[in-house]
Design a protein around this ligand. Structure first.
Ligand SMILES: [Zn+2]
Length: 436
């Protein structure tokens, strides 16, 4: 393949085009962050993205997720909200000129995580706010970094190439999917609709390349206790207290999996790779009754190479043992159920041509070598990698406090990543000169 003819654009051409449209990128990011695309509320943001894809001249397709098609797939996670009316948006570029390069999928998730206690935010989470700083301006808002800036980056990368009078010389699919944050079923639905490519990139936050990700599982425990009057509370068993006892047992399992000898090699040097998070608790009736019911929702991390089925078996054995060890076990009921993530971990082969080309584009645009990172979270990379056999990684605009309060994304990083993606597209797919 003659890369000189496939990609006549220089780094300076691309950086110049991205800089020229910097204000437009920020304006699009502000519009996207202002759409509160929480779970089940993605529609207005998806309408916006469908419009952006159409404005790029892409063939736009929107489709509702059909859960029946996902059931039984090893990557499926039980959903927690109905899919009725909730759509993925896909924009497909088919070259007008000859197809000469390799195809590509650029995927991003439109959903954002809950904002938490709004009183803790310095500015309302869906009112994007720019802070001018000597070390680089920041845009604040829920979803700014995770991952609306990433969606803006791939959209504007394609626009930059168009402004330079070029089009990718291979099919490029832009995907804006729902539900990355709790199941990944949006990305899975795209895969099962038949979207494939020679490589895929997800601009999740972090201007480094993803080398591995953990498995993630959501587990729900429902505990039913022995309710009595609070005056004789010592004769009952509070469901809340018993749930706390089970969570303490799970904490011991978390500590065990973090022991250096038990770690996956990709996580040897990590401070604390396995995290069991008690994300939600609901229980009890009022202060003067011993609680009858308590539900806890937990998120467990686990290493690549283990299946969700193995992890479920280990967790259930632990819960059974903790229950059996209790002196009044016969009076207490514990039910274990699974809603949300049942996601396997993975290791990315960074020696694959697409990964090397992405890291080279980063080095050529920024002048810095590209760092790699084994993530202690999950991403939609698993669908491409494990089930689509498509080389895939994450690389996107840097930001902080994702899933926290006052989430922000670095605007210089947004523009840098846009240029890196544009250069990567030009090299990976090649470019054709567009007819004037
Ligand atoms: Zn994300």
């Amino acid at each position: 393949m003659d890369t000189a003819t496939l990609n006549p654009l220089t780094e300076a051409d691309i950086v110049g085009a991205v800089q020229a449209q910097a204000a437009e990128s920020v304006a699009l990011l502000k519009r996207l962050v202002a759409e509160p695309s929480l779970l089940g509320q993605e529609t207005s943001a998806q309408v916006l993205m469908a419009g952006e894809f159409a404005a790029l001249g892409l063939e736009v397709r929107e489709f509702e997720i059909d859960e029946n098609k996902l059931h039984g797939h090893p990557g499926y996670s039980p959903s927690i909200v109905s899919y009725q009316g909730r759509r993925n948006v896909v924009g497909l570029h088919r070259p007008a000129g000859p197809v000469r390069g390799r195809s590509l999928i650029l995927n991003g998730h439109i959903d954002v995580v809950p904002v938490g206690a709004e009183r803790l935010w310095s500015h309302p989470p869906f009112e994007p706010h720019i802070e001018r700083r000597a070390d680089g301006d920041r845009l604040y808002g829920r979803g700014a970094a995770d991952m609306k800036a990433g969606i803006v980056a791939y959209t504007m990368a394609l626009r930059a190439l168009q402004r330079l009078g070029c089009e990718p010389a291979a099919p490029v699919t832009l995907q804006s999917v729902i539900e990355e944050e709790c199941t990944g079923n949006g990305a899975l639905a795209c895969l099962l609709e038949g979207y494939t490519a020679d490589a895929a990139v997800i601009p999740e936050p972090g201007q480094d390349v993803l080398s591995a990700q953990l498995g993630v599982m959501w587990v729900t425990l429902d505990v039913y206790g022995v309710p009595v009057h609070a005056a004789v509370a010592h004769t009952g068993i509070g469901a809340i207290e018993f749930a706390q006892h089970l969570v303490a047992e799970l904490r011991r399992l978390e500590a065990k999996w973090n022991e250096p000898a038990r770690r996956h090699s990709m996580y040897c040097g990590h401070e604390h790779p396995i995290n069991f998070n008690l994300g939600r608790i609901e229980g009890g009736e009022w202060s003067s009754s011993v609680s009858t019911h308590c539900r806890v929702d937990l998120r467990l991390g686990f290493y690549p190479g283990r299946t969700p089925a193995e992890v479920r078996a280990e967790v259930e054995a632990l819960i059974r043992a903790a229950h059996a060890a209790h002196p009044q076990r016969d009076s207490v009921t514990v039910e274990v159920s699974y809603h949300g993530f049942q996601a396997e971990g993975l290791v990315v082969d960074l020696q694959q041509p697409a990964m090397l080309a992405l890291m080279q584009a980063h080095a050529d645009i920024t002048g810095r070598p590209c760092a790699t990172r084994a993530s202690t979270a999950t991403t939609d990379v698993r669908f491409f990698h494990l089930y689509g056999h498509i080389p895939c990684t994450c690389y996107g605009p840097a930001g902080e406090r994702i899933h926290g309060i006052d989430e922000w994304v670095s605007l210089p990083s947004l523009h840098e990543v846009t240029a890196v993606l544009a250069l990567f597209i030009a090299r990976w797919c090649g470019v054709n000169r567009r007819a004037a």
